[in-house]
Design a binder for this molecule. Structure first.
Ligand SMILES: Nc1ncnc2c1ncn2[C@@H]1O[C@H](COP(=O)(O)OP(=O)(O)OP(=O)(O)O)[C@@H](O)[C@H]1O
Ligand SMILES: [Mg+2]
Length: 205
C-alpha cells in the first residue's frame, strides 16, 4: 500500500499546492511511483498547475478525486493529497482516518505561526490525528534565523516539525506560472530550492 500524505492548513495561500506539486516531483525523481490528488478545485490548485504544464506535462499524474482508480492507487508508492484551504474541522478528522501523515505548511510570521498552533492544538485534542501531523516551515527567509527559531520554539511547545526548512525563492513562483518545478526553471536559485524539496521528501518517505 502507498504512503498517503495530505497537505492542509487553516490559512489559505501558505504554500500547500507548491509543496504538493514539488514533493510529488521529488518522490518521482527518486524513482517512487507517485500520484497527486487535487481535492481543491479552485484556481491555484495542483490541477491548474498541471494544466499550465501543457503538453510537456509533469512527471506524475495529477487527478481529481473522481478520476482516481483504486487499483492504480494501491500500486503507487506515494499518494499526495492537496486539500482545500480552511477545511472544516469535521473534514480534518475524517481526513486523518484515510491518510498516514498530515503535513501543515506554515510561514514563520507570528500570525501564521499562531494559526498553525491553533490547528495543531485542535488536532492534538482529537487524539490520534495529532500524532499523524507534522508542521513544515515554508517560505522561510533564506537570510537570518527566523526559520530555525520558529522550528525550535514549536518543538519546545511539544509540536512535531520537519527538520527541513523550505526557503522562500522566486523559482517557486516561476515554476507555478510555467506549470513546472523549481528544479526546471531558469533561475540562479533553482538548484538550492530543489535541494530543500529533496531533503524534505527524504524525511517523509
Ligand atoms: N517556498 C516558497 N518560496 C516562494 N514562494 C512560495 C513558496 N511557497 C509558495 N510560494 C508562493 O506563495 C503563493 C501561495 O502558494 P500556494 O498556491 O502553493 O498556496 P496554497 O496554500 O496552495 O494556496 P490556496 O490556499 O489558495 O490553495 C504562491 O504565489 C506561491 O508561488
Ligand atoms: Mg492551493
Amino acid at each position: 500500500m502507498p504512503r498517503v500524505l495530505a497537505i492542509t492548513s487553516e490559512k489559505g495561500g501558505v504554500g500547500k499546492s507548491t509543496l504538493a506539486v514539488h514533493l510529488a516531483g521529488a518522490f518521482t525523481e527518486r524513482g517512487l511511483s507517485t500520484v497527486l490528488i487535487d481535492e481543491d478545485g479552485r484556481v491555484g490548485s495542483s490541477l491548474r498547475w498541471a494544466e499550465r504544464a501543457g503538453e510537456a506535462g509533469l512527471s506524475f499524474p495529477v487527478l481529481t478525486p473522481d478520476d482516481v482508480k483504486p487499483k492504480k492507487l494501491a500500486a503507487a508508492d506515494a499518494v499526495l493529497i492537496d486539500t482545500e484551504g480552511r477545511p472544516k474541522r469535521k473534514e480534518l478528522r475524517r481526513l486523518s482516518e484515510r491518510v498516514d501523515l498530515i503535513l501543515v505548511p506554515s510561514g514563520v510570521s507570528a500570525l501564521e505561526l499562531d494559526s498553525t498552533r491553533e490547528l495543531l492544538d485542535f488536532l492534538l485534542e482529537a487524539g490520534d490525528v495529532g500524532r499523524k501531523t507534522r508542521i513544515v516551515l515554508t517560505r522561510v527567509p533564506p537570510v537570518g534565523h527566523a526559520g530555525e527559531d520558529a522550528r525550535e520554539n514549536l518543538r519546545d511547545e511539544g509540536l512535531t516539525v520537519c527538520n527541513t526548512l523550505v526557503r522562500q525563492y522566486a523559482a517557486y513562483q516561476k515554476a507555478a506560472e510555467l506549470g513546472t518545478l523549481a528544479r526546471d526553471v531558469r533561475d540562479t536559485r533553482a538548484a538550492v530550492a530543489w535541494a530543500d524539496i529533496l531533503a524534505l521528501s527524504r524525511e517523509l518517505l
